[in-house]
Design a protein around this ligand. Structure first.
Ligand SMILES: NC(=O)c1ccc[n+]([C@@H]2O[C@H](COP(=O)([O-])OP(=O)(O)OC[C@H]3O[C@@H](n4cnc5c(N)ncnc54)[C@H](OP(=O)(O)O)[C@@H]3O)[C@@H](O)[C@H]2O)c1
Length: 252
């Protein structure tokens, strides 16, 4: 469904977003890359080569993002990928309120606000593809990071709702739920990370699934169906299943 080749990727300065940017660059896409760290963003742009614009901002600054999008021109593919992992730190039973507030503001509120920046242009042109990078944590509750889980669940439901609302408009919305990916984010995750894959592998799957306009997709195989069914299984079964996946988050 994607004929032309202009994409904006958020969270492009690192990990999965960086790998998505490189994947799209290889295929000749014109790119707009957004992240917070200007230096790392410039390195990614350099590695991409070709036609690349960058913007170093906090995505909670929706006004700055809107200015960038206005200058960028038509967006055919929007990869909403920026996000932070935070949760229970060592010695805590539950994450604190500030952590919960920040995680929701970045991962969910700013992502929704940014969607509404990109959407009017796509609707006007009656074409475009959006992918929201959620997480398996958006389907299976994480006791060690409730706000992270809630933010990703919010993206799942926002994306699926939006997809249906836009069904007849030519604008497609996909939601992707990755499992463990060996990015810098995972260095902060102190716990077992089964079936971890590389950012490059994740990026290939995200781009492929989104450009095929898949509704909801996730990986890797063993964890994806488990996450899908997690709300249906009895609580004690889920607890047993997830007992090896408990973790704390390390923040400097
Ligand atoms: N890694 C995993 O196992 C995993 C699993 C499931 C889902 N995900 C999701 O995949 C996405 C990418 O994560 P990743 O693993 O690639 O992590 P990462 O390497 O830490 O990258 C996160 C990216 O988001 C950007 N970012 C964070 N907060 C931002 C903000 N307030 N404003 C603008 N940009 C911001 C970061 O920018 P700077 O680095 O410049 O600050 C960075 O480019 C996230 O949404 C994450 O929740 C990751």
């Amino acid at each position: 469904m994607i004929p032309s080749r202009s994409a904006i990727v958020t969270g492009a300065s690192s990990g999965i977003g960086r790998a998505v940017a490189l994947e799209l660059a290889k295929a000749g896409w014109r790119l707009g890359l957004v992240g917070r760290d200007a230096g790392r963003l410039a390195q990614v742009a350099h590695a991409c080569g070709g036609d690349v614009q960058t913007l170093a901002i906090d995505m909670r600054d929706t006004g700055a993002f809107a200015e960038f999008v206005a200058g960028f021109g038509a967006v055919d593919f929007y990869v909403s990928n920026h996000g932070v992992l935070d949760g229970r730190h060592e010695g805590e039973l539950v994450e604190n309120a500030r952590v919960a507030d920040d995680v929701l503001a970045i991962n969910l509120t700013s992502a929704v606000a940014a969607l509404h920046v990109v959407l009017p242009g796509m609707r006007l042109r009656e074409k475009g593809q959006i992918v929201l990078v959620s997480s398996l944590a958006g389907l299976s509750p994480l006791p060690d990071a409730p706000a992270y889980s809630a933010s990703k669940a919010g993206l799942v439901m926002y994306g699926l709702s939006l997809r249906e609302a836009l069904r007849a408009t030519g604008v497609g919305v996909s939601v992707c739920c990755p499992g463990y990916v060996s990015s810098p984010m995972q260095a902060e995750h102190l716990g077992h990370r089964p079936h971890e894959i590389t950012p490059e592998d994740a990026a290939r799957r995200i781009v492929k699934g989104a450009l095929a306009n898949k509704r909801l997709f996730g990986f890797p195989a063993p964890l994806w169906p488990e996450a899908l069914f997690s709300l249906l299984v009895p609580e004690n079964v889920l607890r047993w299943f997830n007992s090896k996946l408990r973790f704390t988050v390390k923040k400097d």
